[in-house]
Ligand binder design. Structure first.
Ligand code: AMP
Ligand code: ZN
Ligand code: FE
Ligand code: FE
Length: 285
């Protein structure tokens, strides 16, 4: 039936390929379906969906919401969302305002650290899409302040680093709620970034989220070790949760990573899409 990739970014957020380009790229690579899951925005979906229709390639409308969580970060994927749903659109507008407030503060902090960058530099790096921290990283590299994305995050941009600025986030419950209201299936992205103390804590957090409507776990992900994949898969199976996977391909920062295959060792079957669709039908009943 072919393979898929259910976690991808475009120029609408911090990816480097336009929605049309990534749809064609996926088809050329021999995949049979993709989900476009930009951070906190659906701005790339209209273009991605219509390009999919035009070339006869299945595109799943998705999103990746950054929810409130500590000490790590929690990203929630929403698959098969209705991009016209008013609650979803209203919530995303709120998140975009939160970014608009945060981004100039990051510039300020960097300036105070003696780094000569302007908001215009960052806007240019974003290419007109939503501005995210990877665009700051790109400017820091271009201007020679750091050599790599990783260094930009470690020294300046990550949580706890000197140019980090908090932004308003919705709770996990609220994020799951508006994904589901928009007809979407909510899935926990890359559980290893939650930084939970151990397996027990992770499972109890996931079970709390399941009570709020979470329906799956992103088990297959390039940054998961083999042991983590096995652990998350067992956790999903034990609790009757869907299993998804994706490369989180952005096109720039992760050398050697490609759509569909990650660093060469990922195979994501089309049954993941069938399972998401079946789950959506159950939810809508
Ligand atoms: P933002 O949504 O603007 O806060 O940016 C978040 C994005 O920055 C993530 O989705 C990653 O693509 C990237 N990112 C976050 N932390 C790191 C890190 N430590 N190293 C590299 N990239 C990161
Ligand atoms: Zn990203
Ligand atoms: Fe993520
Ligand atoms: Fe992502």
């Amino acid at each position: 039936m072919g393979n898929v990739d259910l976690h991808l970014h475009t120029t609408a957020s911090d990816g480097v390929m336009s929605p049309s380009k990534i749809v064609n790229y996926a088809k050329d690579k021999g995949l049979v379906a993709i989900a476009i899951t930009d951070h906190d925005t659906i701005d790339g979906l209209e273009e991605g969906l219509s390009e999919g229709e035009r070339i006869g390639f299945e595109v799943i409308p998705g999103i990746e919401i950054s929810a409130d969580h500590s000490p790590g970060s929690m990203h929630l994927l929403g698959f098969l969302i209705d991009i016209h749903h008013p609650l979803l659109r209203q919530r995303l507008k709120y998140l975009q305002q939160a970014r608009a407030e945060r981004n100039p503060k990051i510039v300020d902090k960097l300036n105070r650290l003696g780094i000569n960058i302007s908001f215009e530099d960052v806007l240019r790096a974003s290419g007109g899409g939503q501005v995210g921290r990877p665009h700051f990283a790109q400017v820091l590299i271009e201007k020679g302040y750091v050599k790599t994305f990783q260094e930009a995050f470690e020294r300046f941009l990550k949580k706890g680093a000197p140019a980090y600025v908090e932004k308003m986030r919705f709770s996990p419950e609220e994020s799951i709620h508006f994904i589901r209201e928009a007809g979407g299936v909510a899935v926990l992205a890359h559980p290893n970034t939650l930084q939970m103390g151990g397996y027990q804590q992770l499972e109890s957090l996931i079970l709390q989220l399941v009570e709020k409507g979470l329906r799956g776990i992103e088990v297959y992900y390039p940054e998961h070790s083999a042991a983590e994949v096995a652990q998350y898969k067992a956790l999903a199976e034990r609790n009757g949760l869907l299993i998804t996977g994706g490369t989180d391909y952005h096109g720039i920062e992760k050398n050697g990573l490609d759509i569909g295959v990650g660093r060469g060792d990922m195979t994501l079957p089309y049954s993941m899409v069938e399972n998401l669709r079946a789950e959506q039908r159950r939810q809508l009943r």
